[in-house]
Design a protein around this ligand. Structure first.
Ligand code: IPM
Ligand code: MG
Length: 381
């Protein structure tokens, strides 16, 4: 290997370390500026890519229905966010173009369809990752319920650090590639606090801290140690240590899985385990996801853009349940509890009780729009 390559990589690593150290210091100091508060709540809506605009369209209809009074009174606004498409992002050469980010920041919260990430060859970062970082949305909260098994899980996935912080900025040398994983004290403490506060305020008695600290001794070791340190502030809640491999197995162990309540985990493990959990609930198309910061919040489906469905011409058959669950989380977050309950009841009727119109993701099922019609009828019944 060319020694100059190594030198360049070391310089690159030095710059990354300096940058991350500065970020860690900013986190220690806490949020610097509070976002401007307006007289009304502005909900930004971005369709995204692939099946995104198709499913978001149905979420928009549902929101317009349950918020009709507030929209008419002008206390809530639904605002279209343009330009978060892959085409525009590639044309601008930015994962989230500056003017789009400005428009998003003009809203109080964002409902976002999945966005495509150019893979491999392109070094462009995922728009999700950029948004989570730019808006400092450090808590990715993903509820999963399987009522018939008494399963009520809430995942608290750290959302701005770990493998994702520098995931698009590794080094590629002759015959070898290296990526970096970053865990900060302040970044860990705040997600741990979010999880334990949730447990305390929602009558949960147990939090599972999930890492691979036996192997990734520095980053996961720190995550585990600091989570246990925060846990000491919550003596009524039991903190348990688990490794991600056995936890992945436990989620498919019916004898054990219903005992888990709250999960607290670093970014990548959270990404993987929540897809598994959603699949157990009924599919990745069924789970919503909240990305929460101290100032801003973004809500989305937990799945991606489904390029295979689009390629097979099945986009119209995409399941909007996940983005509708995200819309429900959004409504709760902005304090529209009645509207959220109404949407939740209608989803329960349409997806679990009556199931008069079932989306299968294929031509044997209903289209996304047909399901939207059914949901609207149910909401208005
Ligand atoms: C998720 C998604 C994203 C992630 C992708 C789209 C970047 O899988 O929200 O779980 O990896 O976080
Ligand atoms: Mg994921």
């Amino acid at each position: 290997m060319n020694p100059q390559q190594i030198d360049r990589a070391v310089e690159h690593f030095r710059a990354l370390l300096n940058e991350q150290a500065a970020r860690a210091q900013r986190l220690e100091r806490g949020a610097e500026t509070a976002l401007q508060k307006r007289g009304k709540t502005v909900i930004g809506i971005a369709g995204g890519d692939g099946i995104g605009p198709i499913i978001v369209q149905q979420a928009r209809r549902a929101l317009a229905c349950v918020l009709a009074d507030k929209l008419a009174a002008g206390t809530v606004e639904l605002r279209e966010i343009e330009g978060l498409t892959l085409e525009n992002r590639m044309a601008c050469g930015e994962s989230v173009p500056q003017n789009v980010l400005r428009d998003i920041l003009e809203c109080d919260v964002l409902l976002k369809g999945p966005t495509a990430t150019p893979a491999g060859g392109s070094s462009m970062e995922s728009a999700n990752v950029t948004l989570r970082r730019s808006l400092d949305l450090y808590a990715n909260v993903r509820p999963v319920r399987i009522p018939e098994e008494n399963i009520d899980w809430t995942f608290f996935r750290e959302n701005t650090e770990g493998e994702y912080a520098l995931g698009s900025r590794g080094v590629d040398l002759d015959g070898m590639a290296v990526d970096f994983k970053v865990t900060t004290d302040a970044g860990t403490r705040r997600i741990a606090r979010a999880a334990f506060e949730f447990a305390k305020n929602n009558g949960k008695s147990r939090v599972a801290i999930v890492t691979k600290a036996n192997i990734l001794k520095k980053t996961d070791g720190k995550f585990r140690d600091l989570c246990f340190e925060v846990a000491r502030e919550y003596p009524d809640i039991e903190a348990e240590e688990w490794y991600i491999d056995i936890m992945s197995a436990n989620l498919v162990n019916p004898a054990l899985r219903s005992r888990f309540q709250v999960f607290l985990l670093p970014n990548l493990y959270g990404d993987i385990l929540t897809d598994e959990a959603a699949q157990l609930q009924g599919g990745v198309g069924t789970a919503g996801s909240a990305n929460l910061g101290d100032q801003y919040a973004m809500f989305e489906a937990i799945h991606g853009t489904a390029p295979r469905m689009i390629a097979q011409g099945l986009g119209a058959y995409a399941d909007p349940e996940s983005i509708l669950r995200a819309a429900e989380l959004l409504l709760r977050h902005i304090g529209c509890v009645e509207a959220a309950d109404r949407l939740s009841r209608a989803l329960h009727i349409c997806c679990e009780q009556e199931r008069k119109c079932v989306v299968t993701g294929d031509k044997d099922g209903a289209t996304c729009e047909q399901f939207g019609d059914y949901l609207l009828q149910t909401l208005n019944a």
